[in-house]
Design a protein around this ligand. Sequence first.
Ligand code: NAD
Ligand code: AKB
Length: 315
Amino acid sequence: MSKKIMVTGALGQIGSELVGALREIYGEENVLSTDLKEATEIADNYYEKLDVTDSDKIAELVDKHQIDVVYHLAAMLSATAEKYPKKGWDLNMDSLLTFLELAKEKKIKQLYWPSSIAIFGPDTPKNNTEQNALAIPTTVYGISKRAGEFWCNYYHEKFGVDVRSIRYPGLISWKTRPGGGTTDYAVDIYYQALEERKYECFLSENTALPMMYMDDAIRATIELMHADADKLTVRTSYNLHALSFTPKEIAEDIQKHIPDFEISYKPDFRQQIADSWPGSIDDSVAQKDWNWKPKFDLSAMTVAMLNNLKEKLGK
Ligand code: NAD
Ligand code: AKB
């Protein structure tokens, strides 16, 4: 029997691409997309409106659609959560616990929940940050993701819940704009390069951060969910590496294609968030456990971003 899957936050940067990838594997009718918008606003036959703070509605939809697997993406990201700390905490934590409880009660069989490089903090070693490096986050978002990782591990150890997780780096994509993160500059810069030939960056020129092209992130997510359970040694969340670059380096890469592109720097409150995160990640545990390997380097990603955005924006 084929799996029935539900994706929360499906209209966001990741969900809007993950739903399509899952539907190619499992069939359109087996992947339910959910988010805050009304169904009437969405051109999708397999969409339901779902606010993940409503645990009764979650249980109702899981039952109605006989859901086995949930990809729980809905969350408040780092920059927005610093503005609304209590709301961010409540959304990020309560909804995860609702799904972990459903998994404990065997109403769903498998749960995917993304964590982030934001779980690390200013005391974490900056380069090639290891899987179990010191992680004392100083943002609300990072605290919620770190606590969430511990909850996932707890439900796995105590109740045998099959929950799997990746600490995504900043994700770069062209289909859907990102929603309130600190790494969003690395998407905005491509739009502005094509539309304005200039970009004012909200991070300083030498701020190195871990990043990844969306195609790699979607592939990683599905590969982890398909991996043999007995090979997985991490039930908090896996470190994952693909790229590490600064605003200056991405700008120089764009200039290879758009020579008159100019970048300037005006750091804002997001600089402090970025300064608390690692610059690059050691993902040797993910490589060993489920053969993780990224495909896109910075130059391949820049070509893909510019080509896809040119078509999307009619440039
Ligand atoms: P996004 O902000 O682009 O999308 C989030 C979606 O969740 C939006 O469509 C929004 O409408 C929806 N949402 C917000 N509140 C909701 C609620 N109460 N009920 C239901 N839906 C709600 O986020 P994203 O970038 O797609 O991130 C998805 C997940 O991946 C998040 O958990 C995020 O923390 C994690 N993550 C993302 C990145 C990244 O760079 N994009 C990096 C690390 C981790
Ligand atoms: C953010 O910047 O908040 C996200 C993330 C790295 O978790 N992109």
